[in-house]
Design a protein around this ligand. Structure first.
Ligand code: C2E
Ligand code: CA
Ligand code: CA
Length: 261
């Protein structure tokens, strides 16, 4: 009853599709679509999250391979929870799956929240170090809402900060939010990290984020999470939409298409 949805991540500079976040959906036979917020927290408490993460890893790698075989290579972002970070067998399982599905480690990005790390920082740090040695990318999710321990930012093998959508959604009307976004973009760049803004809902924020130097955007304005098999068709439509977005920007060249092998 689980289904994997993908939400595109695109470069703010030119609209190129560079990645997608894998988001789980539960199609319940009688209750209909159950959103992850209604079952992931219970799965985390009960320990069932391990099976969910396992399923998600297999499914996302299978889909990554299928997309790559069609000439579409993107980075796949996956959400890990606190329990996953203390699962000492997880790195070995991921390594085996990468080999089985012929997926390069660098094509996978693990999204981790600050609170998940803070549950057991030492063990989380060990697990993350193993993933990093394997070549996986690491992202701090919902940045700005957790404990925001800057000391951990320095120590963890992180590649990306994901600014929480609560700051991005209204940044076009709330100057305070825009300032926080600017500060996170600068912080990330000073540390040599990429920044993704999530929760981009209006095109005014697209231009604002581009001006602030933010690297990547994700949000309903670009696309809502969709069944994985719809991504290729979506990207074709997105290319024509992106030409409209860049029309007002005379000095930018229109992108040709999504990143392909
Ligand atoms: P998240 O990791 O912060 O994922 C982003 C959430 O924001 C998704 O909700 C997505 O649909 C939503 N979103 C994307 N763009 C916009 C936007 O422009 N505006 C607004 N208001 N929302 C937007 P979703 O899919 O319901 O997932 C909710 C949370 O459930 C995720 O938050 C993540 O923490 C968790 N989750 C989802 N799938 C998985 C999974 O496979 N494993 C784990 N451990 N957690 C998952
Ligand atoms: Ca996430
Ligand atoms: Ca998030």
């Amino acid at each position: 009853e689980f289904q994997l949805f993908l939400q595109p991540k695109v470069l703010l500079q030119n609209g190129h599709l560079v990645g997608a976040e894998a988001l789980i959906r539960w199609k319940h036979p009688t209750r209909g679509m159950v959103p992850p917020g209604l079952f992931i927290p219970f799965a985390e408490q009960s320990g069932f999250i391990r099976q969910i993460t396992n399923w998600l890893l297999i499914e996302s790698m299978r889909i990554w391979r299928a997309l790559a075989d069609q000439g579409v290579t993107l980075q796949m972002s996956i959400n890990l929870s606190a329990r996953d970070l203390i699962d000492t067998e997880l790195p070995a399982r991921v390594r085996a799956l990468l080999i089985e599905h012929r997926v390069p480690a660098s094509a996978m990005c693990l999204e981790i929240t600050e609170s998940a790390i803070m549950d057991d920082p030492q063990r989380a740090e060990q697990t993350l170090a193993q993933f990093s040695e394997m070549g996986l990318q690491m992202s701090i999710d919902d940045f700005g809402t957790g404990y925001s321990s800057l000391a951990y930012l320095k120590r963890l093998p992180v590649h990306e900060l994901k600014i929480d959508r609560s700051f991005v959604m209204n940044m076009h009307i709330d100057p305070q939010d825009a300032k926080i976004v600017q500060a996170v973009v600068d912080l990330a760049h000073n540390l040599g990290l990429k920044v993704t803004a999530e929760g981009l809902e209006v095109d005014a924020s697209w231009h604002l984020l581009a001006e602030l130097g933010c690297d990547i955007a994700q949000g309903y304005w670009i696309a809502k999470p969709m069944p994985a098999e719809e991504l290729v068709d979506w990207s074709a439509q997105w290319i024509s939409r992106v030409r409209e977005v860049f029309k007002p920007l005379q000095n930018q060249s229109a992108p040709e298409g999504c990143v392909s092998e």
